[in-house]
Every structure is written in structure tokens, then in C-alpha cells.
Design a binder for this molecule. Structure first.
Ligand SMILES: Cc1ncc(COP(=O)(O)O)c(C=O)c1O
Ligand SMILES: N[C@@H](CCOP(=O)(O)O)C(=O)O
Length: 465
């Protein structure tokens, strides 16, 4: 499989190259040159497989020659062996044709573990036998950071620098990052919001002073390997609910558009998907884009769903590319316009292309709290606030299909918000039970390229020593 950049002018790479590069050198994002497809029979044959076997089966065409099939399966078995639930991503029934897909049974209690446990192993595998070192730079609104740090802490040949917005992540999220004291882990709280952190990461990739001296790589969903691993649970869930005979709808709490884009990829691969619901909080740029063609930035508002407090959604670029006839030059011009004006109108082709599969909803804090409270009262389930946004959106959907809401985080990560809505304070699971007794390490820096880039340059190990 070959990978092309959404902006059309970066080198075409294989899976190994795209994984190590993270972001394309023209500022675009790597996508597979073509979408592999599975026949109805091949989808039906997934029914008896374990999660790791399903993962290897779905990812094989994307990985191509970069790994043998035995290597890929072994990596999947190791990655998903670290999850605390035998089903890895279990389905829980909430009501008639209403399901939760619990994605938070990994080491850091959010869906990010599903991809990042594998990505950490892929980095290690691809570096073995080379003298390459990786300098990973990432931005987090709370969950990617801890999952990425857990995946690479202590690994030889890798330094990780993780930027989070100061005071805008929950205490549990922050401590899951800052209490990891491995020498290769560097936590940076920036005086700004998540969008600034993400823009700084992209600016560092474009800065020759850094990219010329260090082999930079990404753990955010700008890295294709992240999304590839997330495609798996759409298949895994849908097959358990009757696919390929029966189509399934998914409601996805959305910020950076990575998780729901993985659902789009599953549909492009042949999975019968009835609808993908893009559920946003009041930071609703994606809802405006999908409902009115208006992708224009506002100011990031701080909410009880901090992981979705995002205005510029990196992966939306991948959708615009795919729906715009994969014209890299046209997309590059569209994105340049967005960078300059903060606003972008979807073309008719992009709007029409999205409207068949996607629908969207904006859910405010009151409706989110109501969904948490009602679910708890009616079923005893305690939802995390992000999941509640998607469940509220799912309940507005009229579709003749099972609806699966992606439960993206464990409620204990957001204890204050959960307690306010339900009166219940969820306990931290045993693996992080002592989080508040651990020592923290983190620096605070201004949100400027000079400050952050300078810090990375000072603390990372150059590629050629
Ligand atoms: C708990 C949680 N839910 C939902 C999201 C949004 O997912 P995405 O950024 O892939 O749209 C995030 C952040 O990515 C998250 O951490
Ligand atoms: N919500 C995310 C933001 C980064 O998203 P990513 O999927 O692109 O890594 C977070 O929790 O950090």
C-alpha cells in the first residue's frame, strides 16, 4: 500500500514511512492511495475472530509489505493483551437497538489506547536494527497525551514532548501525563488552548531548525496509523450486531475528527454503515460545516468535555480531500485559504458527498448533563461527559438500525462533571488508583514557536549524534 499526501506534493511513502513521518512534508496528511475493500463474505467471516485477529485482518491491506502477517498479528496480540476486558472493546446494551461501545478498557482509560498501544509497538519495530532516533511531538486536550506517553515511556530511541493547554484538562488527565517520570517523557503545559498546541506541533514539523536536526514524528491522529487502528472497532462492533446483513449507525463524540473519520474509512471499505453522527459540544465548527457547509473558526470555549474543546479539526482535511476528487492542489489552496482567513466553504461536491453518510448534532452542557443523569437513573450506567454528548446526539437520530454510541473515556477521568450530573463519583480503576499520590513533572511555557521549539531543541537527542 502506498500513502499520498492530501496536499499532493510530499513524497509517496509506504506504511512504514508514513507511520514514522507522521505529518507529510507539504503540511498535508497521509492517506492510503486507494481504499481496500472487503466483500460481504469476508466481513461475515470476521464473526468468530478475537479482537486481535480482527485487527490484523482489517489492517493487513494498509500495512502492505512493511510487516509480515505473523508480525502484525503478534503486535496486535501484545497491544490488546494490555486491555482489562477480554473483549477489548465490549458492547453494552442500553435499550432497544441502543448500544454503547466501550473503548476505555486500555491502560489510560480512553479510546486513544486502542491505537496508541499498537503505535508504540510499531515505532519500536520500525526502529529496531536502525540507528534512527525519533523525536515525537504531540498536542493533547487531555487523552492522547497520557495514552501516547504510556505507549512510549522508557522505549529506547524515542523522546516524546507532549503539549497540553494549561488548566484546561481534568486533574486525572493531567496527572496521567505528568506523573510519568521516565527520562524520555517531557510534559509541557502551554499558556494557550488546544488549537494553539496543535498549530505549534505543525509549525515545529515545518521548522527546518528542528526537522533538519531531529527525526520528528507524530502520535496525534495526523498519523495515519492511529486512524487505521481505530477502523477495527467499527467492524468488530457492527459484525456483532448483524453486519454485513444489517447496517449499523454510530454516534461519535467528535473533536479532531479522527475517530469518526475511522468510521468513514470502515464504510469506504465496505462495512454497511447506516449513519455516522458527528456529535460536538458547543465548539461546533464540525456541526456547522456538515449542516451548512460553513467551516469557520470561533474562539475555543472551555467545557466539561475538555477533550472536545477544539475548533480546528485536523482530520477534516482527510475527508475534504477524499470528497474533493482527491485533488491535492485544490485542497492545498482550500487549506491555505482557511489558514489565512479562518474560514472555509465546502464545495458542493464536498457537501453532497458528506451528506449521504454523515449527520451532525451540537449538544450543549445542559443536554449533556441530562443524558448522563437519565442514563444513570434508567440503566445504572455512569457515562463520561464526552460519551454523553454522543448519546444525546444518538437519541435525536431517527434511523431504522441499531445505534452504537462510542464510549470514548472512563467516567472516572472526569469525576467532578460526572458527580455534578449524577450525584455519583466514579472510583478510579485500580491501575491508576494511586494517581493523586504520585509526584508530577511538567514545565509551563508560552504558546510560541520560539519557546516550545527551543525547549525541544534543548532536550531532544539529535538523530545523528
Ligand atoms: C474522550 C474523548 N472523546 C472524544 C474525543 C474526540 O475524538 P476525535 O478527536 O477523534 O474527534 C476525544 C479526543 O480526541 C476524547 O479524548
Ligand atoms: N481530544 C484529543 C485531541 C487530540 O486528538 P488526536 O486524536 O488528534 O490525538 C486529546 O485527548 O488529546
Amino acid at each position: 500500500m502506498r500513502y499520498v499526501s492530501t496536499r499532493g506534493s510530499a513524497p509517496v511513502l509506504d506504511f512504514r514511512g508514513a507511520t514514522l513521518a507522521g505529518l507529510a512534508s507539504d503540511g498535508g496528511l497521509y492517506v492510503p492511495e486507494t481504499w481496500p475493500t472487503l466483500s460481504a463474505g469476508e466481513i461475515a467471516n470476521l464473526a468468530g475472530l478475537s479482537y486481535a485477529q480482527t485487527a490484523a485482518r482489517i489492517m493487513t491491506p494498509f500495512v502492505g509489505d512493511s510487516l509480515t502477517s505473523d508480525e502484525l498479528l503478534a503486535l496486535c496480540e501484545t497491544a490488546y493483551g494490555r486491555f482489562s476486558h477480554a473483549a477489548v472493546t465490549p458492547l453494552v446494551q442500553l435499550g432497544h437497538d441502543q448500544w454503547l461501545l466501550e473503548l476505555f478498557h486500555g491502560p489510560t482509560l480512553a479510546f486513544k489506547d486502542v491505537a496508541l498501544q499498537l503505535l508504540g509497538l510499531l515505532f519500536e519495530r520500525f526502529l529496531t536494527g536502525t540507528d534512527q532516533r525519533l523525536t515525537i511531538i504531540g498536542a493533547t486536550s487531555g487523552d492522547t497525551g497520557s495514552a501516547a506517553i504510556d505507549a512510549v515511556a522508557g522505549r529506547a530511541g524515542i523522546d516524546i514532548f507532549m503539549l497540553h493547554p494549561l488548566g484546561r484538562v481534568s486533574d486525572v488527565q493531567r496527572r496521567q501525563m505528568t506523573t510519568v517520570l521516565s527520562p524520555n517523557v517531557h510534559n509541557i503545559a502551554i499558556e494557550g488552548d488546544f488549537d494553539q498546541a496543535q498549530a505549534l506541533v505543525k509549525a515545529m514539523f515545518a521548522d527546518p531548525a528542528l526537522s533538519g536536526r531531529f527525526t520528528l514524528s507524530a502520535v496525534n491522529s495526523i498519523n495515519w496509523a492511529r486512524l487505521m487502528a481505530q477502523v477495527v472497532y467499527y467492524f468488530y462492533a457492527a459484525v456483532r450486531l448483524g453486519a454485513p446483513e444489517r447496517a449499523v449507525a454510530f454516534s461519535v463524540p467528535t473533536g479532531n475528527f479522527g475517530d469518526v473519520f475511522a468510521g468513514y474509512v470502515a464504510a469506504r471499505m465496505g462495512l454497511p454503515v447506516a449513519k455516522l453522527v458527528v456529535a460536538t459540544n458547543v465548539n461546533d465548527i464540525l456541526h456547522r460545516a456538515l449542516s451548512a457547509g460553513d467551516y469557520s473558526k470561533g474562539t475555543v470555549q472551555q467545557t466539561a468535555t475538555p477533550s472536545m474543546d477544539i475548533q480546528v479539526s485536523s482530520n477534516f482535511e482527510r475527508l475534504l480531500f477524499d470528497l474533493g476528487d482527491r485533488d491535492g492542489a485544490a485542497l492545498a489552496a482550500q487549506m491555505r485559504g482557511f489558514d489565512t482567513s479562518g474560514s472555509l466553504r465546502l464545495t458542493n461536491a464536498q457537501r453532497e458527498g458528506a451528506s449521504g453518510l454523515f449527520t451532525s448534532a451540537r449538544v450543549d452542557g445542559d443536554d449533556m448533563a441530562l443524558a448522563m443523569r437519565r442514563t444513570h437513573d434508567r440503566t445504572g450506567h455512569v457515562l463520561d461527559p464526552h460519551t454523553a454528548i454522543a448519546l444525546a446526539a444518538a437519541q435525536r437520530l431517527e434511523v431504522d438500525a441499531p445505534v452504537v454510541t462510542l464510549a470514548t473515556a472512563h467516567p472516572a477521568k472526569f469525576g467532578d462533571a460526572v458527580e455534578r450530573a449524577t450525584g455519583v463519583r466514579p472510583a478510579l480503576p485500580g491501575r491508576v488508583g494511586d494517581l493523586f499520590e504520585r509526584e508530577e513533572r511538567c514545565v509551563t511555557l508560552p504558546a510560541t514557536l520560539a519557546a516550545i521549539g527551543g525547549y525541544v531543541a534543548e532536550h531532544a537527542t539529535p538523530t545523528l549524534v
